[in-house]
Design a binder for this molecule. Structure first.
Ligand code: ZN
Length: 691
């Protein structure tokens, strides 16, 4: 998850009682514009397939000063790793970003032309995705303006401001970047999960250099000790590359790859450790710092265990190399950070789930030998997000469950969080109601969703994270799903967690525990699962493409497989009304039984590491899209005028200074996405263009 180091190049600029950090030369960062409107504006703008929204931090101003300071330091640490994500996603991303930003800031030509508008849309899409590949589909984003125009843009901006290498001219820059940006065949996919090709060489990410999939697999076959009950997360924090004919891990740490950004992270983590709420939290932050300084994965495990055990501190941060979706082989993790404080009220609901986790495990439809005899330390909470960094920005998840290491989860438990204020903002922005109205078959389905949709949504996330990811165990002697299920491991794991939630959503126990007022909430969940898996989510895919993204594959797998299993009894029915296709559930209890059957099989696949079964299920139900149906979904969606993806302009934390002392921290809510992206790039550009 993380790293960091010490930094001596910081220049503090103190003005008007606030402090801002300005690294190196050049202009001072622009002050973000404040929101002056009385009513909070959740949706700011839409372009291409993206909506840009904002989220609030309710309750921040009432926190004690010490907690505000701690949040501020962690927020700075989060943003300090921003460049790492860009570089991990593609080795040319930083150079391209800096070139685009130079044009945005300094282009001297006509800024009202159609082409310039198209250029701005392209640039904003690149910012949103932290690179030139789509954040969700992983396909290269191709600009709508001609390449000749790109060359004109560069030539009409001041030469000296471009990120030129030693001896490189502006002409060279244009010649290098034009094919990278415009040619759809070069580095076409950030991550390629097609099992029929070499997934390493066909993925454009920067996790491997000059190595083949076969070489990677052989390398880890030799390195990984299968009998180790407490294995480290091999390869998590490095690039695997060839040096003098030998494979070596180029480690992301202080003094290693990405050192400059990691030093900044460590600088802020050290301040955070000094402002910790208690000794437990101080120790956690110090372990994280040590990990960033040494790159030692044993230290990372120590950190993860300590972090998992801390359920007392109110302030929390995920910071490090966490998400393995970006690596087709699932070894290397992308940088991310989520800085938050606990929402005490909403956390009460989650605690009920956590307290009853053993009951859920005992009553699960999976085979007894794959149940955890003792569900340990499943702790869940609802958090209020203060800051985001890396892959969570500007497009955060709704829930997080960590740590990733299976043995730690089994021995020490895991921590699960729901991002409360983000969830709310997503709902406000995406005008969910409009979507449901379009794809739901009956008025009853729409009414139920209006009544219970918000509760169902957050509960679904809580159950997925707490009793879903937190459940089950591997058969003795079977390696981790990452090793056995390989490229299918993430999808199977997401599907497994979803199925646990679905199975229990229609259980009277949920009513008994006071989590839902009636099983109607479960109906809302089932309707959403089928509607989304068959129809709604296809809006996110280009016509003619198959599904690549893990969560989406998992959702379609759930819907299509359930349909198939219930076919003889017509449990789910395909209906046509006014030339529109719908999927309708005829019997909710029967569907519940089917979900139970599916869960049992998915758990068996995970527990036994049955690669062939995983492959067969996912390739049969999760990947392929019905062309005609897809076309219809897109046409219906286009009429609604809603962007499929949402991201956020993040709040800005500004300390109020009295001399050298922080006496308060204020939250500002900027209104302009472009300004925020330029502001981040001014303040947090720590890595060289080429790594
Ligand atoms: Zn999940």
């Amino acid at each position: 998850m993380k790293q960091g180091a010490f930094v001596s190049i910081l220049i503090f600029v103190i003005a008007f009682g606030t402090i801002s950090l300005n690294c190196g030369k050049g202009e001072a960062p622009m002050a973000p514009k404040q929101d002056e409107a009385k009513e909070f504006k959740f949706l700011v703008e839409q372009f291409a397939d993206l909506a840009i929204g904002r989220f609030q931090i309710p309750g921040f101003e009432n926190l004690p000063l010490q907690q505000k300071k701690l949040l501020y330091y962690l927020y700075q640490a989060a943003l300090s790793g921003r460049d790492i994500t860009w570089d991990q996603d593609y080795r040319h991303n930083l150079k391209i970003r800096r070139t685009l930003e130079t044009i945005v800031k300094h282009y001297k030509g006509d800024r009202d032309s159609e082409n310039f508008k198209k250029f701005m849309i392209y640039t904003k899409r690149v910012w949103f995705s932290s690179g030139i590949h789509h954040h969700y589909s992983a396909d290269k984003i191709i600009p709508d303006f001609p390449k000749e125009y790109f060359s004109q843009l560069v030539k009409n901006s001041p030469d000296g401001l471009f990120p030129l290498a030693e001896g490189e001219t502006v002409e060279d820059l244009i010649a290098q970047l034009t094919p990278l940006i415009f040619d759809p065949t070069i580095d076409a996919k950030r991550v390629n999960l097609d099992p029929t090709v070499d997934m390493v060489t066909h993925s454009a990410n920067n996790f491997y250099k000059d190595v083949t999939q076969k070489e990677v697999e052989e390398f880890y076959k030799k390195t990984i000790n299968k009998d180790d009950p407490t294995p480290i997360s091999y390869g998590m924090n490095s690039r695997l590359e060839k040096k003098d004919g030998k494979l070596v891990e180029n480690v992301w740490k202080v003094g290693g790859m990405y050192s400059k950004a990691i030093e900044q992270i460590v600088y802020w983590l050290e301040k955070a450790a000094g402002a910790a709420e208690n000794d437990v939290q101080k120790n956690i932050l110090e372990l994280l710092i040590k990990f960033y300084q040494t790159g030692d994965l044993k230290t990372f495990d120590e950190y993860s265990i300590a972090w998992t055990k801390d359920t007392v501190s109110r302030i929390d941060a995920v910071n490090g190399f966490i998400e393995t979706y970006g690596d087709p082989l699932g070894f290397r993790a992308s940088y991310e950070s989520v800085v938050s404080f606990r929402d005490e009220e909403a956390t009460r609901r989650v605690e009920i789930l956590g307290r009853n986790a053993q009951w859920f495990e005992d009553h699960s439809p999976i085979q007894d030998e794959y149940k955890r005899k003792e569900v340990k330390g499943v702790s869940g909470k609802v958090i209020t997000v203060v800051g985001l960094g890396g892959v969570t920005s500007p497009n955060p998840p709704l829930g997080i469950n960590l740590p990733n290491a299976n043995w730690i989860r089994k021995v020490h438990g895991s921590k699960s969080v729901t991002l409360g204020n983000i969830s709310e903002a997503y709902d406000k922005v995406s005008e969910k109601a409009g979507l449901v109205d379009e794809y739901a078959y009956s008025q009853e389905e729409i009414d139920l969703n209006n009544k219970y949709g918000a509760l169902e949504d957050s509960l679904q996330t809580d159950m997925h994270e707490i009793i879903g990811h937190g459940s089950g165990q591997l058969k003795k002697g079977v390696a981790t799903p990452k090793e056995t299920l390989k490229n299918y491991s993430s999808i199977i794991e997401e599907n497994r967690a979803d199925l646990v939630a679905y199975y229990y959503f229609m259980d009277p126990k949920m009513v008994e525990l006071g989590l839902i007022p009636s099983l109607d909430v479960g109906k809302v969940s089932y309707n959403a699962a089928i509607r989304n898996g068959f129809l709604q989510q296809l809006r996110r895919i280009k016509l003619g493409d198959n599904i690549e993204q893990s969560h989406m594959r998992g959702r379609q797998l759930t819907a299509k497989w359930a349909f198939e299993l219930g076919k003889s009894e017509n449990v789910i029915e395909k209906k046509i009304k006014n030339n529109k296709t719908y999927f309708v559930i005829n019997d909710y209890q029967k569907l519940r039984a089917i979900f139970g059957k599916m869960l049992s099989e998915i758990q068996r696949i995970v527990s036994e590491g049955d690669y062939e079964a995983a492959k067969n299920l996912i390739e049969t139900y999760g990947v392929k899209v019905d062309y005609q149906l897809h076309k219809e979904v897109l046409e219906r969606f286009a009429k609604l005028g809603i962007a499929p993806y949402t991201g956020f302009i993040c709040p800005v934390l500004e300390p109020v200074m009295k001399g050298d002392e922080i006496v308060d921290v204020k939250v500002e809510y900027p209104m302009d996405f472009t300004e925020q992206m330029l502001f981040y790039s001014e303040k947090y550009s720590f890595l060289p263009t080429k790594n």
